[in-house]
Design a protein around this ligand. Structure first.
Ligand code: ADP
Length: 424
């Protein structure tokens, strides 16, 4: 507010100042009327004939005027900017017929009075005129520069915190609650930053308590599930027995995925990396599937890489499980290979000939709880947690996952273990 007032005052003052100079009082600067003929005559009479430089100096001081005297033997001026006769001779207005005349030099009138033995040259400019054209230009440039600098400072003062606020809000919208927006001000923007920080804190606490509730419930569900599993063993009717077994299995899987996702979010970096044969690991994962049409091929008999074995098992269990689930009985192919142009990396491809994924869905399938067709997929177990967990685990390994898919033709997931994982 204060800055705004200062700004307005300065702008008003400077515009008024310039206008008063331009519209000005009396005849415009540099006009010969500023120097009426009687004044010229009076000065000439005061400095004597022949001219006396002492008198000239006194008159110029008294009347605050500038002039140049050029007559026999005397060349005097109190303003070197007044041109001398040789200079004036170059001008076409110069008259050598003994008459008085006016020469305009770049718009500046030079009044030349012919005396008996020389010239007295006046210029309507006065040395004590503080504001001449150059001064006005300098003043305008200075004022504009100062205004521009002030405007810049004012804008950065206003927009600096807004930028910080928007960056902070963006981080919050991405789910990053660790950042505090620092706006060290005691005005509306400072208050806004404080409110956003408080809101963020509240949301973060709310999410944390919901999360811990979910995790606690998941943990607690494990014991009753184990009891159900045990009790199920005493059920003779195979139909009911199998139904209960499948349901319990599904619940266990969901709980495992939930707990695993939670752990990945909260214990980041807690990987127990060890040397493991990826070929054997994937063979083991495949062998645990009831579905038998999984074709396996590998360029390597064995390939040791540095991974968290248990987590990478989860990755491929999920990817292969999806391929089996979403291709409804068609063959699934798993392939381990390297590429000629990239021998530092190991690639694992899981390819199915299933329903495929629309292009616009490809980016979303890695989001937690995202399922493409919720109603259609009701028959197919799952909660949309698998791929988000896969992505987190692979990020923790600095490994990549790529998905290629065509609707109704099939899907291929390719995991790339890069240098650093493949050799250490
Ligand atoms: P879900 O538990 O639902 O399988 P995921 O996170 O593993 O969750 O997968 C997310 C969604 O991506 C799935 O619901 C499914 O719609 C789609 N999807 C994943 N893999 C495939 C695949 N191989 N073929 C077709 N759709 C797939």
């Amino acid at each position: 507010m204060l800055l705004f007032l200062v700004f307005i005052l300065l702008a008003n003052f400077s515009i008024g100042f310039i206008l008063s100079r331009i519209i000005g009082k009396g005849p415009p600067q540099g006009s010969p009327e500023r120097f009426p003929v009687p004044v010229q005559k009076y000065i000439i009479s005061r400095i004597g004939d022949p001219p006396d430089t002492n008198l000239a100096r006194r008159v110029s001081d008294e009347l605050q005027v500038n002039f140049r005297i050029e007559s026999s033997g005397i060349s005097w001026t109190n303003d070197e900017s007044i041109p001398d006769i040789p200079r004036l001779r170059e001008e076409k207005d110069f008259r050598s017929d003994g008459q008085n005349f006016i020469v305009r030099l770049r718009g500046r009138p030079i009044i030349v009075n012919k005396t008996d033995d020389g010239y007295i040259i006046f210029s309507p400019f006065m040395p004590r005129d503080l504001i001449n054209e150059t001064n006005v230009v300098i003043a305008v440039v200075l004022i504009i520069t100062i205004l521009a600098v002030m405007l810049y400072l004012a804008l950065s003062w206003i927009f600096g915190p807004i930028k910080k606020l928007s960056e902070g809000v963006e981080l919050i919208s991405e789910g990053n609650f660790d950042n505090t927006i620092i706006v060290d001000r005691k005005d509306e923007l400072g208050n806004l930053a404080a409110s956003i920080n408080e809101m963020k804190e509240n949301i973060s606490n709310m999410i944390k308590s919901k999360e811990s509730l979910l995790i606690d419930v998941s943990h607690e569900l494990r014991s009753p599930l184990t009891r159900i599993k045990l009790a199920n063993e005493f059920i003779d009717d195979p139909k009911i027995h199998n139904k209960i077994r499948d349901d319990v299995k599904e619940m266990e899987l969901m709980i495992t995925e939930l707990l695993e996702t939670y752990r990945m979010d909260h214990e980041q970096g807690k990987f127990s990396i060890e040397k493991a044969d990826i070929v054997k690991l994937i063979k083991d994962v495949i062998s645990k599937f009831e579905f038998k049409d999984i074709q396996f091929s590998s360029q390597f008999a064995e390939k040791e890489i540095f991974i968290d074995r248990r987590k990478i098992e989860t990755v491929f269990r999920n990817i292969i499980d999806n391929a089996v689930k979403y291709s409804e009985g068609r063959t699934v192919a798993v392939d381990i290979y390297e590429r000629d142009e990239n021998r530092d990396s190991v690639f694992v491809s899981v390819k199915d000939k299933g329903r495929g994924i629309e292009e616009e869905e490809l980016g979303k399938i890695f989001e937690p709880f995202y399922r493409i067709d919720k109603s259609r997929d009701k028959k197919i177990r799952g909660y949309g947690l698998g791929l988000s967990l896969v992505k987190k685990i692979l990020e923790g390994h600095n490994a990549e996952i790529e998905v290629k898919s065509r609707k109704n033709e099939g899907t291929e997931f390719i995991v790339t273990f890069k240098k650093g994982i493949t050799n250490k």
